[in-house]
Design a protein around this ligand. Structure first.
Ligand code: 5GP
Length: 189
């Protein structure tokens, strides 16, 4: 019996909209979905585990991965660190028919649209820009300068919602997650 290759779903959206929370909820409640683990040059935050939340790599290792074509896409995010999607694990999961989710930034989503136009592109939107600001300040993990940098990125990113196949408003995490897996076509027997 052959397995139909699954389609890839790309989840993007502005900083602090809750992509990480929605992804964690997918991981917890829909283990049949495989969440790609990105490589990043940024340092781990407290509680983040290497190989689970990210592959934390040096700048030299990231260069090597990018130059050898190991990354499906990569980008400098918030003008600072580099983030990228390792290609091999994504291709393996798709070939095995596993629903696969990338949680990446807008620049990365645009690259994937070039290389894998059949993917589904989902934009996670905040209920409002003010709510986005509240969430960013509330998280408290970034200093004032970094927060301003991320807000600037968010303004630009919000304007890109129309490029996406679906827009999901993250008004409530469980609801947004359920809508996302529905859009992915994940159906439970
Ligand atoms: P954070 O540092 O808060 O974990 O993530 C910062 C941003 O990097 C988020 O917008 C996230 O979507 C993005 N990001 C995470 N992994 C990747 C990746 O592999 N590629 C790209 N292009 N962006 C990523």
């Amino acid at each position: 019996m052959t397995t139909t290759p699954a389609r890839l779903t790309v989840l993007a959206g502005p900083t602090a909209v809750g992509k990480g929370t929605v992804s964690a909820d997918v991981r917890a409640r829909y283990p049949e979905v495989w969440l790609s683990v990105s490589a990043t040059t940024r340092a781990p935050r407290p509680g983040e585990i290497d190989g689970v939340h990210y592959h934390f790599v040096s700048a030299e290792e990231f260069d090597r991965m990018a130059q050898s074509g190991e990354l499906l896409e990569w980008a400098v995010v918030h003008g600072r660190n580099r983030y990228g999607t390792p290609r091999g694990p994504v291709e393996e999961r798709l070939a095995a028919g596993v629903p696969t989710l990338l949680e990446i930034d807008l620049q990365g989503a645009r690259q994937v649209r070039e290389s894998m136009p059949d993917a589904r592109f989902v934009f996670l939107a905040p209920p409002s820009f003010d709510e986005l600001v509240r969430r960013l300040v509330g998280r408290g993990t970034e200093g004032a300068e970094e927060r301003e940098r991320r807000l600037q990125t968010a303004r630009v990113e919000l304007a890109a919602a129309s490029e996406f196949d679906h827009v999901i408003v993250n008004d409530e995490v469980t609801r947004a997650t359920d809508e996302l897996v529905h859009v992915m076509g994940v159906v439970r027997a």
